[in-house]
Design a protein around this ligand. Structure first.
Ligand SMILES: Cc1ncc(COP(=O)(O)O)c(C=O)c1O
Length: 372
């Protein structure tokens, strides 16, 4: 509901609300946790933290193990950078257009010049691989070595839901594996079913050495992020606890949120739900592009991660304003002002889907009206 008591479908929140806004079961568990020792102590792992570690391991691909919890995605990316450092990595790569956060280490990995602009002169060196350019991977073959790490988002969210061809990922994985470099997969936005499978990188045939999660991990209630890695990498990272400690990382309320979210995720096939709900929206998305008179230039969708690209930022603003007027809240794309994102919950009801469809119709009509 908005302040005026009107029903609102939240497709925004930068992808936090994969399981609802908030998920009712997670909210219930969190409220219960607030009645106990809400913060606990950092002297020893609490029972809640142990349960969250176990829950996380149940979610992870078999070869990865939970390392540590943090609060934001950027913090978890920084932790992954420290994990790389602890394992002798001194050569970093990321993809053009990438977004990994807003702290200095994660800013350095951002492939969008706009996102790096203010801190450009303070950033550690990162080399950028052209996104979705198979040709660019040829030279990489001779550049990567055992002290290199390549950071990737399986779908680039902030860049406007950019989706690379399967061949690009296949060759990148091959080159990384051959060289002995590490593949660090940032699933802060794509993880936990959002794109149609529990982890997006698995549907692309990628083998993460390090995996970063966040956003939906707190069930739409609590900010929680996490880093997982292969056991040998994890052991070197955790050998010095000062590298993985964070005051609020995995505190009892956050830990309870992770455990409750994990139960939601494992209780049903959330990836399949995302794909089904996404497919139900496809007709309305196709209509929006065909009715927009060229104002919408592309629609990209992976499960329930949807990007609607306009021919200029003014039209994108008109489109998002009209969506909000129709009771559907979208997300902007920080690195690409032409793209409006829709990131609905996998538990969207038939009514939600119908309302999103109707809002898309109204917004594409508004585009045509303003462009004439
Ligand atoms: C892929 C990815 N990594 C990292 C981050 C940073 O997360 P946070 O804003 O929680 O620091 C984001 C945020 O949008 C993201 O999409």
């Amino acid at each position: 509901m908005n302040a005026g008591g009107r029903r609102v479908v939240n497709c925004g929140g930068y992808g936090v609300c994969t399981f609802g806004d908030p998920n009712p079961e997670v909210r219930h568990a969190v409220i219960d946790a607030l009645h106990g020792h809400a913060f606990g102590s950092r002297m020893f792992p609490t029972l809640e933290l142990r349960a969250a570690d176990k829950a996380m391991n149940d979610l992870l691909p078999e070869h990865l193990m939970q390392c540590a919890f943090f609060s934001t995605g950027s913090e978890a990316v920084e932790a992954a950078l420290r994990l790389c450092g602890a394992n002798g990595i001194d050569d970093l790569y990321a993809l053009t257009g990438a977004f990994h956060g807003r702290t200095l280490g994660s800013l350095a990995l951002n492939g969008s010049p706009r996102q790096r602009a203010y801190a450009r002169n303070w950033l550690p060196p990162v080399r950028f691989i052209e996104f979705n350019d198979v040709g660019a991977l040829e030279s990489l073959e001779t550049e990567l070595h055992e002290r290199s790490a390549v950071f990737v988002e399986p779908v680039q969210g902030e860049a406007g839901v950019r989706i690379a061809d399967p061949e690009f990922w296949q060759i990148l994985q091959h080159v990384v594996s051959q060289s002995g470099a590490l593949l660090v997969v940032d699933e802060v936005q794509t993880g936990l079913g959002r794109t149609g499978t529990l982890w997006c990188h698995e549907q692309l045939g990628l083998h993460a050495d390090v995996l970063i999660a966040g956003k939906a991990l707190g069930g739409g209630c609590i900010p929680v992020s996490a880093v997982a890695a292969r056991e040998r990498l994890r052991a070197r990272y955790l050998a010095d606890p000062s590298q993985s400690s964070s005051t609020f990382g995995g505190y009892p309320v956050a830990a309870v949120a992770v455990r409750a979210t994990t139960e939601v995720v494992l209780g049903q096939d959330v990836g399949r739900l995302a794909e089904q709900r996404g497919a139900e929206l496809q007709g309305a998305l196709d209509r929006a592009i065909s009715q927009s008179d060229g104002c919408i230039t592309a629609v990209r969708r992976s499960g329930l991660m949807i990007g609607i690209e306009h021919s200029n930022p003014r039209l994108a603003r008109t489109f998002s304003t009209q969506l909000v007027a129709s009771g559907v809240v979208p997300s902007l794309s920080m690195s690409n002002p032409n793209v409006i994102r829709l990131l609905p919950s996998v538990f969207s009801t038939e009514l939600d889907i119908a309302e999103i469809g109707a809002a898309l119709d109204a917004a594409s009509s508004a585009l045509v009206a303003t462009s004439n």
